[in-house]
Design a binder for this molecule. Structure first.
Ligand SMILES: [Zn+2]
Length: 74
C-alpha cells in the first residue's frame, strides 16, 4: 500500500505527467545503459547523496527532477 506522498512523488510537480523515469545512480552496467536507451530509467551518474533527485519527468521538454533518495527509505 502506497503512502499519499509516494503517489504524489510519482507525478511531475511542474507538468503533472505521471510515470516518471527513476534516476539510477552508480556505475552503469550494460543492462542499465540498455534500459536508459529504452526509456525505462534515467542515469544519474556515479555519485549521489540524500539530496539527489529520485525521479525525472519523461517529457523531453520538461525534464524536471524531483524527489530525494532520503525521502524513500527503501
Ligand atoms: Zn514534467
Amino acid at each position: 500500500m502506497r503512502l499519499p506522498q509516494q503517489l504524489l512523488a510519482l507525478t511531475c510537480p511542474e507538468c503533472g505527467t505521471d510515470n516518471p523515469l527513476e534516476i539510477v545512480y552508480g556505475f552503469a552496467s550494460a543492462e542499465m545503459f540498455d534500459s536508459a536507451l529504452a526509456g525505462l530509467i534515467a542515469l544519474g551518474g556515479c555519485t549521489f547523496d540524500d539530496d539527489s533527485p529520485a525521479y525525472r519527468c519523461r517529457r523531453v521538454d520538461c525534464e524536471t527532477e524531483w524527489g530525494r533518495w532520503g525521502d524513500f527509505p527503501d
